[in-house]
Design a protein around this ligand. Structure first.
Ligand SMILES: O=C(O)C(=O)C[C@]1(C(=O)O)C=C[C@@H](O)C=C1
Length: 290
């Protein structure tokens, strides 16, 4: 994908070999990928137009939402979703090659909090007394292990991280449930659509909705706006507005194009009901290599 003649710059949670890197590389094999250390930094980079797009994790089948991503999109950034994709996630335990015979006595285990949580049962039963260290990404954890050959520490991450940082995988597939997938979003400052050549055919629109205060049945009314129009919702989740207990916003994925007649009608009706609605745009799901 090109923007005029230059390659597009795409921010991702690095360093290289993180799950986000693999998703980004598979979506944008020929573009310029730029590593950032945190999800907010990726979001800021696209907001400040230091990059053209950012790829960030949104939700995982075992551990649920990456709350930092949703909250940042609602509270801090003004961005659009221009695509999403689903990647298979397989977590492995890895150590420095110098430590491969000592791994049963690991002293600390490092990984991204979502990766640690995806392996919660394994870690609880196998390494209950070993401290778990939350790290900025799975690949950053692998890099740390590679830089400490004399410490008996482990990282949890993917095969690419083990290869890139020359580590030994000592336990494969330690995630607690076999079906482990993460959904990633492609974010942009403008509401343009990515070319749809490798996408699933169905358009999806993400909405962030705040309900009018103290109106009983408000959520029911909102849902009925979509229901009678036969607009299919594939996600609804509430997150704290951070203004007081009991105050939330809702994030909804609707399987429809925001420019379609039914969606336009739905948006008007939501406004008439006193809801505050922000559309993050209409986009397609990209098919990636697993
Ligand atoms: O640490 C990584 O490798 C990431 O890309 C982050 C992340 C996440 O935030 O969920 C991405 C996918 C996996 O679910 C685990 C970690």
């Amino acid at each position: 994908m090109r923007n005029g003649e230059r390659h597009q710059r795409i921010a991702y949670l690095g360093p290289e070999a993180s799950f986000t890197y693999l998703a980004t590389k598979s979506l944008f094999p020929n573009e310029e990928l730029e590593a950032f250390s945190t999800i907010p930094e990726c979001i800021e980079a696209v907001s400040e137009e230091k990059v053209d797009l950012a790829v960030v994790p949104l939700e995982n089948t075992i551990e649920g939402t990456v709350t930092l991503t949703i909250d940042y999109l609602y509270h801090e950034a003004d961005l659009y979703i221009v695509g999403d994709c689903l990647s298979k996630i397989q977590q492995h335990l890895m150590v420095h090659k110098n430590q491969k015979d000592n791994w049963q006595s690991i002293e600390e285990i490092y990984s991204h909090p979502h990766a640690l949580a995806q392996c919660h049962k394994y870690l609880y039963y196998r390494f209950s007394s070993v401290p778990l260290q939350r790290y900025s990404s799975t690949s950053a954890a692998a890099k740390l292990v590679s830089e400490n050959p004399d410490r008996c520490i482990a990282a949890i991450g993917n095969v690419s991280s083990a290869e890139k940082y020359d580590l030994e995988i000592v336990q494969k597939n330690i995630h607690d449930f076999q079906f482990n997938h993460t959904r990633f979003l492609v974010l942009s400052k403008s509401n343009t659509r990515l070319p749809v050549d490798h996408s699933e055919g169905k358009a999806k629109t993400t909405l962030m909705i705040t309900l009018p205060v103290n109106v009983s049945g408000a959520l029911h009314q909102v849902l009925s706006v979509f229901a009678w129009r036969k607009l299919d919702l594939s996600k609804i989740e509430s997150r704290p507005l951070k203004t007081g207990l009991g105050e939330y916003f809702f994030i909804m994925d609707v399987h429809a194009d925001e420019n379609g007649a039914m969606m336009k009608g739905a948006m008007e009706e939501l406004a008439a009901l006193g809801c505050n609605v922000k559309s993050l745009g209409t986009y397609y799901t990209f098919l990636t290599r697993e």
